[in-house]
Design a protein around this ligand. Structure first.
Ligand code: GLU
Length: 415
């Protein structure tokens, strides 16, 4: 049976570099165990007057390199194991991009689409009240993830500020501009991803102008990835999808119009002038660049052999299983690993923290150039290591990240 537990997949990837790093079993034990987990029950008053109890988690994986950082996911299929794995990924992502931060993640088991705005606000606030003793600007800083957004971050920052009795913008990132948010945070994950794609294409001698693109997932990461494809590089986006299904148009989709359509109807499905396809079909399309930008485990041992893309850019966390990774590599698909590809989100979150700490507000151009300055060395380091060792970009990325975390642990005297 194929391994689909993301925690197990991340552990395996983490250990794939241990030989080169000569990591001892003691170190491995430290790297594989989250340092702190909080499980909370959240009783919420529902609009009909009844009370419902939701379950939430916050996992602080490793803070050797700095305060822990990572998003909060609201999803009906949330499990502690997924949150743990995502917290582990944040640790390696922050280290790879050389941010002075550790890794964490939070989650609440809920279906936010079925909650009213009032219920969503009460749930967001209750979650922060429950975890506030272990978070804070110099301890652990939450941000958005799947199905949470700037408004939810505003409520969370407000609730944290009430708990500590002072307005603390730096406690949460991904906030709206009116309350300490940063220019450039909304499309940061996608913009950083395109930066990594540009570097990969350069290495492959591939031109991006007119290249065909398919994007799976049309949330924050996916929708901006689709719109930046055309505006930054003149790529042709021929397919996009969301949880309801996908749309295809060989001549290319007007992604701004697709965004408006989704804004009105709640889904990309039914976009005028497009054909319907499934999420599965989308992953197997003959495109130059495939961007999974939704959830984990979508490219597996079952469909990897059918992936025809030249570049697979992992904008989602953990979209590729171990089995799929092997198949893709034997087919010569260039995989940009999640911890490299989607680092733009947390990079601009970090820039938001720096602005909050210094009571400053930077221009969008300033944020964009600082994002590029952070993405570039990480892309170059991964490329350099993977070429000199003849190893996959994923293994190279983990090697760089784990080495930095181990060095911090050793220097602090933990090892
Ligand atoms: N949720 C995003 C991620 O998975 C961003 C995290 C952050 O900004 O702290 O990288």
């Amino acid at each position: 049976m194929e391994e689909t537990n993301l925690m197990k997949i991340v552990e395996k990837n983490l250990c794939s570099c241990t030989q080169e790093l000569s990591i001892t079993p003691e170190m491995e034990a430290l790297l594989k165990n989250p340092m702190r987990e909080l499980h909370v029950a959240l009783p919420i008053r529902i609009d009909d007057g009844s009370m419902k109890v939701f379950r939430g988690f916050r996992v602080q994986y490793n803070d050797a390199r700095g305060p822990t950082k990572g998003g909060i996911r609201f999803h009906p299929d949330q499990t502690i194991d997924t949150v743990r794995a995502l917290a582990s990924l944040m640790t390696w992502k922050c280290a790879l991009h050389n941010l002075p931060l550790g890794g964490a993640k939070g989650g609440v088991i809920c279906n936010p689409k079925a909650l009213s705005p009032g219920e969503l606000e009460r749930l967001s606030r209750a979650y922060i009240r429950s975890i506030y003793p272990i978070i804070g600007p110099d301890q652990d800083i939450p941000a958005p993830d799947v199905y949470t957004n700037p408004q939810v971050m505003a409520w969370m920052m407000d609730e944290y500020s009430k708990c500590v009795m002072k307005t603390t913008f730096g406690a949460i990132t991904g906030k709206p501009l009116a309350v300490g948010g940063s220019e450039g945070r909304l499309d940061a994950t996608a913009r950083g991803g395109w930066f990594a794609i540009e570097e990969a294409a350069r290495g492959l001698g591939m031109s991006l102008k007119g290249a065909t693109v398919a994007v799976q997932g049309f949330g924050n990461a996916g929708s901006y990835a689709a719109s930046l494809a055309g505006s930054l590089f003149g790529c042709r986006v021929i397919a996009v999808s969301d949880s309801n299904g996908g749309i295809f148009r060989r001549e290319g989709l007007d992604t701004e119009e697709v965004m408006r359509h989704k804004g009105k109807t709640g889904t990309v499905v039914g976009f005028p002038g497009s054909d319907s396809i499934t999420n599965e079909d989308l992953l197997e399309l003959a495109v130059d660049i495939l961007i999974p930008a939704a959830l984990e485990n979508v490219i597996t041992g079952r469909n990897a052999a059918h992936v025809k893309a030249k570049i697979l850019a992992e904008l989602a966390n953990g979209p590729t299983t171990l089995e799929a990774d092997e198949i893709l590599s034997s087919q010569g698909v260039h995989v940009i690993p999640d911890i490299l590809c989607n680092g733009g989100g947390v990079i601009v979150s970090y820039l938001e923290m720096v602005q909050n700490f210094s009571m400053d507000q930077w221009s969008e151009a300033n944020v964009h150039s600082r994002l590029a300055e952070r993405m570039q060395p990480a892309c170059r380091a991964v490329d350099g290591l993977s070429r000199s060792y003849g190893t996959s970009p994923r293994r190279a990325a983990y090697t760089i990240a784990v080495k930095r975390v181990v060095e911090a642990m050793r220097t602090r005297g933990w090892l």
